[in-house]
Design a protein around this ligand. Structure first.
Ligand code: XMP
Length: 512
């Protein structure tokens, strides 16, 4: 069983997940929890060694400031507040916070005031930290001392006796030079955490958990060829062998030779995989549909129908496995944040409501980079582990307007050339996501001495960390012209190629 040693109360900072990842990188399992957690609930964590209060966009003095159960300070568990978290500590324990006249965003230099502080052990004075705050502490809470300052504000506070600490800067971002060391000090010197979170340990524990849960029943899994479902499948297969039944649906909207490559790749794991060619069903359902959201709905529905039909054929299956990962769990449990729907992203393979399955989600506690590390440990090839993301609706949203098999075939060829060239020139792993899109536009060209009138394709490659914002990759000109030549010379039906340099925002990564 995974031991949660650290919980992070989420006040809505864009860096909360990063905090959890940093702690886990230091081999301590951390969980992100809703900020409304009560002291009573905190007590239910039997191995808890420390609590981190994240940053957040609110002001601690405003009427709609986030709630916090003060009893948490009396649990005798060390606390570290980061940015908003530090201000919350100050405000709650008798200090005062106000809007600063001089705000700090970006780089700042740390001046350590308390050289004895356990938090700053082995951290150089005058090192760079990353700030992002408008409010600051104007009155210290009693029993706290100023552990560090920046030019314009109190940068860290501490109450060594009660082990309550606050930092105004973001130790979790790499721009804070000794940030990781500070987190390490908190975990090991202050909280006395054990280093017990490793991927090998995770695999061991999950195999046991899966065996205990599944017993001699059967499990169904929709394999997509992506990282998450692959890791999930191999983990399950290590635990229950042939009791796992994978279904791979070929929608006709996958990358070139995808089904063949996936089947080849999994052959070494000796798993039950059923390949279902449902492409006719998808192309028929998509006839006459050109609205992007409508296409997503159609593809999602056909997928569920096909999947259900196959799943019902399997006897004694009482579990449905899903490759849910931790960011999905955090996202769906966060409250009070509403955002507009830009695209109704869906990952194919939702739980069929009318079917009586129990859900099994073996990797729901892992971040994406941890999923990859587990995959590596399980012997899954780089071809799968380091692939760029591929949307659930596949080429359906990369063929702008109405979708047809003919267009899908053209796009598969174009995409294949682009991706193979990126791999060949060692650029594939340098960019975050690259693909081609087929436009519903024909343009005039000249090939030989003849006029052509063929499709236009757009190549897109982006650099991003979280896929929320992205910039176009600055691919070398000769590379782009090389790829363009090869596409036009070898793909029938295309006579013009453009490269999309729009960032996100205002663009999105996919065109639909
Ligand atoms: P956008 O286009 O919203 O894409 O900037 C961000 C990331 O999400 C992927 N994407 C999808 N993934 N179902 C998915 O599973 C979808 O409907 C979908 N739409 C976009 C996109 O490829 C990029 O990685």
């Amino acid at each position: 069983m995974v031991k949660t040693q650290i919980i992070i109360l989420d006040y809505g900072s864009q860096y909360t997940q990063l905090l959890a990842r940093r702690v886990r990188d230091l081999n301590v399992y951390a969980e992100v929890v809703n900020y409304q957690i009560t002291a009573e609930k905190v007590k239910e964590y039997k191995n808890l060694k420390g609590i981190i209060l994240s940053g957040g966009p609110a002001s601690v003095y405003s009427y709609d400031a986030y709630k916090f159960d003060d009893e948490i300070f009396n649990l005798n568990i060390p606390v570290l507040g980061v940015c908003y978290g530090m201000q919350l500590i100050a405000q709650k324990l008798g200090g005062k916070v106000e809007l600063a006249k001089k705000q700090e965003f970006g780089k700042s230099i740390l001046s350590i005031e308390d050289n004895e502080s356990l938090l700053f052990k082995d951290i150089d004075d005058n090192s760079q930290v990353w700030m992002s705050h408008a409010d600051h502490i104007i009155k210290m809470p009693p029993d706290f001392c100023i552990a560090a300052k920046s030019d314009n504000s109190i940068a860290a506070i501490s109450n060594e006796k009660n082990k309550i600490y606050g930092i105004q800067f973001h130790a979790e971002v790499t721009h804070s030079i000794h940030g990781l060391k500070l987190i390490e000090n908190f975990l090991y010197n202050i909280c006395k955490c054990e280093k017990d979170w490793t991927m090998a340990q995770f695999i061991n524990d999950s195999i046991n958990e899966i065996k205990n849960k599944v017993k001699n029943e059967n499990v169904i899994l929709g394999l997509s060829g992506g990282v998450d479902s692959s890791v999930c499948a191999v983990l399950l297969s290590k635990a229950i062998g042939k009791q796992l039944n994978c279904i791979f649906v070929d929608t006709g909207l996958l990358r070139k030779d995808e089904a063949k490559k996936i089947m080849q790749n999994y052959s070494e794991f000796d798993m039950n995989i059923k390949l279902v060619d449902a492409s006719d069903k998808f192309f028929t359902a998509l006839k006459g549909v050109s609205d992007p959201e409508e296409k997503r709905k159609v593809i999602g529905k056909v997928f569920i129908d096909v999947f259900n039909e196959e799943a019902l054929k399997l006897k004694n299956a009482s579990f449905l496995a899903q490759g849910t990962i931790y960011p999905d769990v955090i996202e769906s449990s966060s409250e009070g944040h509403s955002s507009k729907t830009i695209k109704s992203h869906h990952n194919v393979g939702g739980l069929p409501k009318e079917m009586n399955f129990s859900l099994i989600e073996p990797i729901r506690s892992l971040f994406k980079d941890e999923v990859r590390r587990v995959g590596k440990e399980l012997g899954i090839k780089d071809f799968i582990l380091n692939r760029h993301p591929f949307p659930g609706p596949g080429l359906g949203i990369r063929i702008i307007g109405e979708v047809s098999r003919e267009k899908a075939d053209i796009l598969k060829e174009v995409d294949d050339i682009f991706i193979n060239k990126l791999i060949e020139k060692k650029l594939y792993n340098k960019v975050s996501q690259a693909f081609a899109t087929l436009l519903p536009v024909k343009t005039v060209g000249v090939m030989g001495d003849n006029r052509t009138y063929e499709y236009l394709v757009a190549l897109r490659s982006v650099d991003t960390i979280d896929f929320m914002t992205a910039v176009a990759s600055e691919l070398p000109w000769d590379f782009l012209s090389n790829v363009t030549n090869e596409i036009i010379n070898s793909v029938k039906g295309v006579n013009r190629v453009v490269y999309d340099i729009t960032s996100k925002p205002p663009g999105t990564i996919e065109w639909e």
